[in-house]
Write a protein of this length. Sequence first.
Length: 145
Amino acid sequence: MKKGIIALLCAGAIALTGCYGSYGLTKKLYRWNGTLGNKWLNSCVHFLLWVVPVYEVCLGLIDGLVLNTVEFWTGSNPISADDSYYQKDEQGNSVAAVKNEDGSLSVQYTTSKGETTNLTLQRDENVVRALDAEGNLVAQYEIDK
C-alpha cells in the first residue's frame, strides 16, 4: 500500500512538472547572493544557503514543483515576470535591463564617463526594434526563429 502511494506521488510530481522551466526564484536568490560583497562572503553565504536548505526548497519545491508548473500551463513564470539584468565590464561601462509587463525590455547603458542612453527593445515575431526615449526607431534587427 505504501509503495503504491509513493509511486503515485512520484508519478504525479513528474507529470505536474512536465517541463524545464526558467527557475526564476532560484536565479533571483543566486543573483542576490552575488550582491553581498566580495567573493569570500558570497561563497560563505552560498554554502550556508545549501546547508540550511534554502536552495533545496527554492529549487526543488517552489521552483521545480509550483512555479515551473504554472509556467508550463500559462506560458510565463510569475517570479520571472519583472526580471532584471545588470552587467558591468572591466572598463566601467554598465548595462541594466528590466523586463516590462508588455513584454518589452527597458535598457539603460552607462559609459565609464557617466553618459547614459535609454532604449526600449520590442520584439514582434522575428524582428527586434530598439527605440530611444522619445520612441524613435534607433535600430531594427531580423532574427531567425
